[in-house]
Ligand binder design. Structure first.
Ligand SMILES: Nc1nc2c(ncn2[C@@H]2O[C@H](COP(=O)(O)OP(=O)(O)OP(=O)(O)O)[C@@H](O)[C@H]2O)c(=O)[nH]1
Ligand SMILES: [Mg+2]
Length: 470
């Protein structure tokens, strides 16, 4: 049992755990100390035996009654505390996936004493009862939301608890260092501490590099699980919509040779390698008197401002013009963004040496520059390569479970890392006792990371983002 006694709701709650709609089956879950008693008033085994006579984890075939009428038949699975998902007595009714049947069965459970479960109530109880820590609970929500195989791999490894184990291990190392620091404080003249100052320094450096590794994976973790906000910008007719279509593998946006075809922002999700991109195709940037296009260009600027990654498209086959130079100058000022220069239309020979010279001049000023033909699909692999270099997320890293995706965990780890770094700096200049407060601070941030010391508000906030039934 974790420290969240105040959160522990003694009530027995029920909810449907499968999606709303017609389906082969639906699963209704009920958890709490009274769940077996309540379900016994609704579900009747065909064997004639009592539910409580069956051993744990039994799947029991029977009939389901509502107000004295049999409304369905199905399977009941029973789990007894603490060997269940929530850590409480739990029953799961698998009935037919008819919305009306499901709501009648739920009503029958409510009439017999169950209460409706709130969002994430089952996982929240699993957390309260120490079955999962907060990092694992958040990973469960991510698994449900995962939209790519890479995101599934990543959240599965975290549900298994590898991130929590790593945080716990670093915390353990810091606690050992702190014990030595305390020994030094209590008996400064006697050599009672387990570690010398040099050994403490090495141990702190080791903790720092492990924390650094976890923090450095955050951008990639977000890119795999939530997707990178990506804006495709460029002059009219440079091939932005063609690029969007190439990356999506479908003709999503209208492509014509009329400059100013795209007016509104078109947003679609694409999976490139292991990384998800939330791609926005925008209106070509130019001065215009057309009212609608003008709004489109303003939206293009906003999309550029909001983006984390920019695919800046220039037409490698056209003449150089001032609008293009201005756009490139603007982009070169956006140091906070990852910008990939896409030199498009490489299937057409460039008739303009001035343009070729300009491109060779600006290319090295972007982190990545790739030559493509959005029209015939050439160069997609080069874009994929550039993105995988910006957001490294190889299969091995994802399977390691050591990839942070939660802003809450990242912030706690980053603070812990800074505190360890301060501690190392202190150790270089002072005696070990002075570094003690930094180490204590680091340990306290780590306990926030895995949820051992977060406030009730934070816990409630996390679970409120879950769906009902999970
Ligand atoms: N040859 C060649 N033509 C291309 C390529 N990419 C796009 N085009 C053509 O260039 C024209 C403009 O393409 P779009 O994709 O509509 O360009 P855009 O940047 O979205 O244009 P706006 O929406 O008007 O800003 C179309 O005729 C495309 O077929 C390419 O790689 N090679
Ligand atoms: Mg377009």
């Amino acid at each position: 049992m974790s420290q969240y006694f105040s959160l522990a709701a003694g009530s027995t709650v029920a909810a449907v755990s499968t999606a709303h709609g017609k389906a082969g089956i639906a699963v209704i879950r009920i958890t709490g100390s009274d769940s077996i008693n309540i379900v016994s008033k609704v579900f009747f085994p065909r064997s004639g035996k009592k539910i409580s006579d069956y051993p744990a984890s039994s799947a029991i075939f029977g009939d389901i009654y509502c107000n004295g009428d049999c409304v369905d038949s199905g399977l009941l699975t029973v789990f007894y505390a603490p060997r269940s998902y929530t850590g409480e007595d739990t029953a799961e009714i698998s009935c037919h996936g008819n919305n009306l049947c499901v709501s009648m069965i739920l009503s029958a459970l409510f009439e017999n004493g169950a209460e409706p479960a709130g969002p994430g109530e089952f996982t929240r109880r699993a957390f309260i009862n120490g079955k999962l820590d907060l990092a694992q609970a958040e990973a469960v929500a991510e698994l449900i939301d995962a939209e790519s195989t890479a995101a599934i791999k990543l959240s599965n490894a975290k549900v298994a608890g590898k991130l929590s184990a790593e945080i716990d291990d670093i915390s353990h190392t810091l606690t050992e260092i702190l014990a030595s620091v305390y020994a030094f404080i209590d008996y400064p003249d006697e050599d009672l501490s387990d570690m010398s100052a040099d050994e403490m320094k090495t141990a702190l450096e080791n903790a720092l590099s492990r924390l650094d590794f976890l923090c450095s994976g955050y951008a990639s973790g977000r890119a795999v699980s939530c997707g990178v906000k990506t804006s495709i910008v460029g002059l009219p007719n440079s091939g932005k919509s063609s690029l969007l279509n190439m990356l999506l593998g479908s003709e999503r946006a209208i492509v014509t040779d009329i400059a100013g075809t795209t007016r509104d922002v078109i947003t679609e999700k694409a999976v490139i390698g292991n990384i998800s991109l939330v791609l926005s195709d925008t209106a070509g940037i130019r001065k215009t008197d057309d009212i609608v296009e003008k709004i489109g260009v303003e939206k293009a600027y906003s999309s550029l401002d909001e983006a984390e990654l920019v695919l800046a498209v220039i037409d490698g086959s056209s003449k150089l013009c001032d609008d293009e130079k201005n756009m490139i100058d603007l982009l070169l000022q956006k140091q906070d963004k990852n910008i990939v220069l896409i030199v498009n239309k490489n299937d057409i020979e460039n008739p303009c040496p001035e343009k070729a010279e300009y491109i060779s001049g600006i290319s090295p000023r972007f982190s990545h520059s790739v030559s493509v033909s959005a029209k015939n699909g050439e160069g997609k692999d080069k874009i994929e390569q550039a993105i995988s270099e910006l957001y490294p997320a190889g299969d091995e890293l994802l399977a390691s479970g050591l990839v942070v995706t939660s802003a809450r965990i990242y912030s706690a780890l980053k603070n812990a890392k800074d505190a360890v770094s301060d501690g190392l700096e202190t150790l270089k200049n002072y005696t070990p006792d002075v570094a003690g407060t930094d180490i204590e601070r680091a340990i306290s941030f780590l306990s926030m990371a895995d949820g051992r010391s977060v406030t009730e508000d934070i816990v409630n906030n996390i679970f409120s983002r879950f769906c009902v039934g999970k």
